[in-house]
Design a protein around this ligand. Structure first.
Ligand SMILES: [Zn+2]
Length: 344
C-alpha cells in the first residue's frame, strides 16, 4: 500500500510500505477514505534529523472497517469510523476518567512501529476503545467537519475547557492555525461572548470572524499589548487558549491572562522549560492542558457538526489526493495553506 513517510526535515514522500494487517485480536483494519495533515506534523517537517527508514505520518483519519480481530465486539466490518489522534482501550482507569491520551494500553499513530493516518490503510489497535462509528455515508458533505473531531476541533475544545471558558469570561486565542480557530469555535460554543483572536493573516482573520471572534489583535509588540489592554479594560483575559507550542506563544498567553485567569495549552511544547514562570506565579494564573483526549469529546461534539451548529470543516483550504501530500506539507509550512484534507 502507499503511505506518507517523512525522512527528514522538508523531506516527505509517498512510499510503498507493507500492507496494513490485523496483528492483535483487538485490532481493526481500516481503509482510509479521508485524512489530514496537522500543524503538529510541521514540527518534524521543520526539524527532523535525517532517517534512512523514515517515519510514518498522520494521525487524523476516517475510513471503512475492512476486517476486525477475534476479540473486537463493537466495531464491525463495513462501519465508517473516525479515529482520534491517540488510540486507547476505553476501559482503563485513565480512559474511564476521560483522559484517553494517558491510556495504560494506548499510544499514538505513526512513527516507526505503527501505521499513520496519511496512508491507504491503518491497523487500529484497541479498536473497540479507539474508533467511533459515524452515522453517515463516506462521502457526506460534512466529512471535513467530522474529520476535525479526530484532532483539531477536539483539541480546540480541550484548550477551551483547560482555560475554563464560560459565559461572561473574556477569552483570548493565541495561534491562528487550525487548532486556534477551532478553539475559537469551542470558546463560543461554551458561552464566551468576547473572544479575541491574535493574528495577522487576512484569510485566517476572516475565518476567525466567521467562527465568532469579536476582536482581532493584529499589531506587534507594544502596540499589540496596548490594543489588548483597551479590549480588556486593562485587566487581561479570564481564559487564554495557547494553540502554538513555542515558548514565545506561551509567554504571550501568560501575559494576556488576568490575575486569577487560566491558560489552556494544547500547542505541543517545543522547549523543555516553562516560560514566564514568575509572571504566572504572581498573577495566580492556572496553567493546564496537554494532549487532548479527543476520544472523550467526539460523541459530544459530533451532533453540533452534523446539525451545522459549528463548521470546523472550513479550516480545510487545501484538498487533494495522497500524491499531493508533499505539496500540502510545503504549502502549510509556507503558510500558504491552513490545513490539508487528503481524499482517497
Ligand atoms: Zn485506557
Amino acid at each position: 500500500m502507499r503511505a506518507t513517510v517523512m525522512f527528514g526535515a522538508g523531506d516527505v514522500r509517498i512510499e510503498n510500505v507493507p500492507d496494513a494487517r490485523l496483528i492483535e485480536p483487538t485490532d481493526a483494519l481500516v481503509v482510509v477514505t479521508r485524512a489530514a495533515v496537522c500543524g503538529s506534523d510541521l514540527w518534524p517537517y521543520k526539524k527532523m534529523e535525517t532517517s534512512p527508514s523514515g517515519r510514518r505520518m498522520g494521525h487524523e483519519f476516517i475510513g471503512i472497517v475492512e476486517a476486525v480481530g477475534s476479540e473486537v465486539r463493537k466495531i464491525k466490518r463495513g462501519d465508517l469510523v473516525v479515529a482520534p489522534f491517540a488510540w486507547s482501550d476505553g476501559t482503563c482507569e485513565f480512559c474511564q476518567a476521560g483522559l484517553h491520551t494517558s491510556c495504560l494500553h494506548g499510544g499514538f499513530w505513526g512513527g516507526t512501529e505503527l501505521d499513520g493516518g496519511q496512508g491507504e490503510a491503518v491497523r487500529v489497535p484497541q479498536a473497540d476503545g479507539t474508533l467511533v462509528v459515524l452515522p453517515t455515508g463516506k462521502d457526506h458533505a460534512l466529512m471535513p467537519g467530522l474529520l476535525t473531531l479526530a484532532d483539531v476541533m477536539s483539541t480546540g475544545h480541550h484548550a477551551a475547557l483547560a482555560a475554563k471558558v464560560g459565559p461572561g469570561k473574556i477569552t483570548a486565542v493565541v495561534g491562528d492555525g487550525a487548532v486556534g480557530l477551532c478553539g475559537l469555535i469551542a470558546a463560543r460554543r461554551l458561552g464566551a461572548e468576547q473572544v479575541i483572536l491574535l493574528g495577522r493573516h487576512p484569510e485566517r482573520i476572516a475565518l476567525g470572524k466567521a467562527f465568532g471572534a469579536t476582536d482581532i489583535v493584529s499589531e506587534r509588540g507594544e502596540e499589540a499589548i496596548q490594543h489588548f489592554r483597551e479590549l480588556t479594560k486593562g485587566l487581561g483575559a479570564h481564559s487564554v487558549l495557547e494553540c502554538v507550542g513555542q515558548g514565545e506563544a506561551m509567554t504571550t498567553a501568560i501575559n494576556l491572562a488576568r490575575a486569577g485567569g487560566a491558560v489552556g495549552r494544547v500547542g505541543v511544547p517545543q522547549e523543555t522549560d516553562m516560560p514566564a514562570s514568575q509572571t504566572a506565579f504572581y498573577k495566580n494564573v492556572t496553567i493546564a492542558g496537554g494532549p487532548a483526549p479527543a476520544r472523550a469529546y467526539i460523541e459530544e461534539l459530533m451532533p453540533d457538526v452534523l446539525e451545522g451548529r459549528i463548521e470546523p470543516g472550513r479550516v480545510f483550504d487545501y484538498v487533494a489526493s495522497l500524491d499531493r501530500v508533499p505539496d500540502g506539507y510545503r504549502a502549510m509550512n509556507d503558510r500558504k495553506a491552513l490545513k490539508m484534507l487528503i481524499e482517497f
